[in-house]
Design a protein around this ligand. Structure first.
Ligand code: EPZ
Length: 419
């Protein structure tokens, strides 16, 4: 298990290339189950979550090849039950339910446990499958869905926390081979849902409205193989923008989609940073002043919950009082206790963090918990006095491709230590 040592006080400058999106690649790889033909997916990031998904697909019987960022998948004959020992490691494995149900009319996956960012139910996914005619059985920690046939339906997928990203993905993947037309109301509008829809359309699916709250799917008899390049990872990009805001003197991100990041660049501009967006690139520079913020995380196009921890790290040393509320995962504040160990002055009130900016944080040994909280601690360490030791770095490696190497190339001093 590695740990990383972040030597504070270095300034960042230069250019960083953004990788393909983890949260787009995962459902797209699962969607390859919907055809017996070969699919070729490029710009797939080299992450442990991707490795888990490829292992699950192999265990289900797919032929899987990976050559650097290009994955080739052929799902000629597949099993319908995913292996527990891998599924339990990654909640996103739940997105194999939809394609297996669509293709084989049955699927079994272990129920995703809760995780550090809060309860992770899949009731909305199951509501969608039942609306398409599937029976759902929960037994011995597994969820089994099966349907003699799938029929198009009108489905509302909104829950008390708003839309569901993987739920929208799952129902869309089950509906593309159903008889008749399916309407998903209250659909997630994230760019990753649009990217999945574009891949399914390339495979021969008939889908309209992806990226809006209402997606209409006309079922077809079968899908064929396709090629697809995954969109840039907007959360990796946002993480580097915040790193550059914390201790940068001008950093440019390339191979990025600025329109996917408006909900992040706008608050950074309000906080006083100079943002310049161009074709596939964004440059951030320090501004004349720094301002505290009021931030509310909401489903896309709102401010992303996956950027909430990173912004707390920035606001911890922003003069004034900032207020950050997570309306998607109200418990997603594991990073707060660790930031306070570094000297941050933050109080939690339910789903809201009240952040009183301090002059400087101090380096300390801290514990990574979830993917984004871990990234936030690395960012906080960049600007802290002394050394910040981030343990359980495997959390970061789940969602960031070589984040330490990319930050070091910008001028950071981060060591990865084997323990
Ligand atoms: C996706 O998770 C992302 N993961 C998460 O990113 C991201 O935080 C989340 O969407 C929200 O944007 C992937 O895409 C692999 P949801 P997902 O279903 O789809 C509740 C990261 O750091 N809900 O949109 O699992 C749920 O509890 C990860 O990269 C139900 O109540 O999230 C939450 O409060 C972390 N019932 C809200 O909806 C359901 O059936 C949004 O969850 C499903 C969800």
């Amino acid at each position: 298990m590695d740990k990383i040592l972040v030597h504070g006080g270095r300034r960042l400058a230069g250019t960083v290339r953004i990788s393909g999106s983890k949260n787009s690649a995962l459902p797209i790889l699962a969607a390859a189950l919907l055809t017996k033909e070969t699919c070729v997916i490029s710009r797939v990031p080299d992450l442990s979550d991707i490795h888990y998904m490829l292992t699950i697909l192999s265990e289900l019987g797919c032929e899987v090849e990976r050559a650097s960022g290009v994955v080739t998948i052929k799902a000629e004959n597949v099993d319908t039950e995913a292996p527990y020992d891998i599924v339990r490691k990654m909640r996103a494995s739940v997105c194999i339910l939809g394609p297996l149900l669509g293709r084989e009319k049955e699927a079994t996956v272990s129920l995703p446990g809760g995780c550090i960012i809060g309860d992770r139910p899949i009731d909305l996914h199951l509501r969608g499958f039942e609306a398409l005619g599937a029976a759902v059985r929960v037994q011995a920690g597994n969820v089994k869905v099966l349907a003699p046939e799938l029929r198009g339906s009108i489905i509302n997928l909104r829950g008390k926390f708003g839309s569901t990203v993987l739920g929208t993905d799952n129902v869309m993947m089950a509906a593309v081979l159903a008889d008749g037309t399916t309407v998903i109301d209250g659909a997630a509008e994230e760019p990753e849902v649009v990217d999945l829809a574009n891949f399914l359309i390339a495979m021969g699916a008939k889908i309209e409205g992806a990226g809006t709250r209402r997606i209409i799917i006309e079922g077809v008899k079968e899908l064929h193989g396709a090629e697809h390049e995954v969109i840039p990872d907007r959360i990796e990009a946002g993480t580097f923008l915040v790193a550059a805001a914390i201790c940068g003197d001008g950093v440019t991100l390339i191979r990025v989609e600025p329109k996917h990041l408006l909900a992040v660049t706008e608050p950074l501009a309000q906080a006083g940073f100079d943002i310049e967006s161009g074709r596939e690139k964004i440059t951030i520079r320090p501004g004349a002043t720094r301002r505290a913020l009021k931030l509310d995380a909401h489903p896309y196009p709102g401010f992303p919950t996956d950027m909430q921890a990173q912004m707390c790290a920035l606001l911890a040393t922003t003069d004034g009082i900032s207020v950050v509320t997570d309306n998607v995962f109200p418990q997603r504040f594991m990073h707060v206790a660790e930031l306070k160990r570094m000297g941050a002055n933050i109080e939690l009130q339910g789903p809201t963090a009240i952040i009183h900016g301090v002059e400087k944080l101090g380096g300390a040994p801290v514990m990574a918990s979830d993917l984004r909280a871990s990234a936030a601690l690395v960012l906080a360490g960049l600007h802290a006095d002394g050394i910040t030791e981030v343990n359980r770095v495997y959390h970061i490696d789940r969602g960031y491709e070589s984040i330490d190497e990319k930050l070091n190339a910008l001028g950071a001093e981060i060591e990865r230590v084997k323990v």
